[in-house]
Design a protein around this ligand. Structure first.
Ligand SMILES: [Zn+2]
Length: 275
């Protein structure tokens, strides 16, 4: 699933292109993809987008007149891209905007299950819809992180992934961030001392920054991630093989020497069954 660095890099690449010309035709949209009926998509026609923005993992495209906002959530498999005029595109995109001059913004999603979503909302409704989302992880102040962690009873990996707490981090970047912070994914957020909190704040900033930079340069998962999905590969800091453990439907990757004091974490699902 694209997370903050991937969506931010995408935003930056689309910002100029989507605002270059007014929208000539909005749609078609797959029935399961378009989540709103009012205002109708056609309300976009004749208007110009102001650019591309982001809130957590969602892309926001406000119209330049300030009246409407197109919101896109790619979920795990959605792909959004600009297609130049006269370029052949997919026959049945999940969603499409055609601009004057012929360029198109195209959302595709392979497979039968349509999980990516498109919403056309007023700015007031966007605020209301996204009110439950926590502060953006990019540019997070260390003091804000300390406040969020205080009295938090969850383990770090789950805590960082909760969009209501902090917007933008998913399982891949939680793995990368916790490794950079030299913290156990199972450490309790509420029990971090000042030093650990400082390392976590620093790792969130540096890892998201690194991710955005590499994604803007077009690098793939293999070259972007250093811990996520790297089972058995040497840790880039200490060369210990990266370990993997199942936790809350997710797979966590970590370095036992850098993060858990040399200990391998017990697979909680398995140990619960064997108990
Ligand atoms: Zn290591």
């Amino acid at each position: 699933m694209p997370e903050l660095p991937e969506v931010e890099a995408l935003c930056r690449s689309l910002d100029e292109a989507v605002s270059a010309a007014p929208i000539e035709h909005a749609g078609p949209a797959h029935l399961a993809t378009l989540k709103t009926a009012e205002p109708p998509l056609q309300a976009l026609e004749g208007r110009r987008l102001a650019g591309a923005g982001r809130r957590g993992k969602r892309l926001l495209f406000p119209t330049s007149d300030g009246e409407l906002v197109l919101v896109v959530h790619l979920m795990s498999a959605g792909r959004l891209r600009m297609l130049a005029a006269h370029k052949r595109g997919p026959t049945a995109p999940a969603f499409q905007l055609a601009f004057a001059g012929g360029a198109r913004l195209i959302l595709t999603e392979p497979g039968k299950r349509k999980r990516a979503g498109v919403w056309l909302l007023t700015p007031e409704l966007v605020e209301k819809e996204l009110a439950h989302i926590g502060p953006d992880a990019l540019g997070l102040e260390p003091a804000t992180l300390a406040r969020l962690c205080k009295e938090e009873r969850r383990r770090l990996h789950g805590f960082l992934r909760d969009q209501r707490v902090l917007a933008g981090i998913g399982r891949a970047w939680a793995n990368e961030i916790l490794h950079a912070a030299r913290l156990s994914p199972f450490a309790l957020a509420g029990e971090l001392d000042t030093d650990a909190l400082g390392r976590l704040a620093e790792a969130i900033a540096s890892e998201l920054g690194r991710g955005i930079d590499l994604r803007e340069r077009g690098l793939s998962d293999e070259d972007v991630y250093r811990v996520h999905g790297k089972l058995g590969r040497p840790c880039h800091v200490c060369h210990t093989p990266i370990e993997r453990i199942a936790f809350e439907e997710h797979t966590i990757y970590y370095c036992p020497l850098c993060q858990t004091g040399g200990r391998k974490l017990a697979d909680r699902r398995l140990s619960r069954l064997l108990r």
